[in-house]
Design a protein. Structure first.
Length: 191
């Protein structure tokens, strides 16, 4: 059903969907307020079949949007929580250009910082050395939020394999050292 032809009726329906009382919704829509007649008008508006149908439609649309948004959030948490830092690099260990990162990996990147420094090479010429620092979103936080959503913390059974796996993953997490672009290209300092 499209918007109601009577704009005041449409504004009333939208105000109801925004959580207002029928009297406040009528006032928001532009009807008189503060009298018994105003409350009667609000009740009559709320009882109209076309307004009831519009309110139902607006609430269903809002519920669908909320459901989609919730699913998107869970998907994003999964991307961050299950991201693999190795996907940032080529097979020979070079950092991929940002525009070539797979979409799931690009979404797990919190920031990229490039620092340029001039230094002399072995011939005394000045060269620019770039250091690229890539920071990923916090995997532990994402995994914890997913675990709460999946109610893994609610389980009382000590033999729950999912809870044990989550505890092992979160317990073994560590930060990784940052390598300069030169180190990445030459493989220096890589163990």
């Amino acid at each position: 059903m499209p918007a109601l032809k009577n704009n005041l009726h449409e504004f009333f329906a939208q105000a109801i969907c925004a959580g207002m009382s029928i009297t406040d919704a009528a006032a928001e829509a532009g009807y008189k307020t503060g009298t018994a007649a105003a409350r009667t008008t609000a009740s009559k508006l709320h009882a109209k079949a076309n307004i009831q149908e519009r309110i139902r439609e607006l609430k269903q649309a809002a519920a669908r949007r909320a459901e989609i948004a919730g699913a998107d959030i869970i998907t994003e948490l999964g991307r961050v929580g299950l991201s693999d830092i190795r996907d940032l690099f080529t097979e020979d260990g070079k950092l991929l250009p940002i525009h070539k990162l797979p979409p799931d990996i690009a979404r797990s990147v919190a920031s990229v910082k490039v620092t340029s420094k001039q230094q002399p090479d072995e011939n005394g010429n000045i060269e620019v050395v770039n250091t690229v620092e890539v920071k990923l979103w916090d995997k532990n936080s994402a995994l914890e939020k997913l675990a709460k959503y999946l109610r893994l913390y609610d389980k009382k059974d000590d033999d729950d394999p999912a809870a044990k796996l989550l505890a092992a993953i979160m317990g073994s997490a560590r930060t990784l050292p940052v390598a300069s672009q030169d180190q990445v290209e030459t493989g220096a300092g890589v163990t």
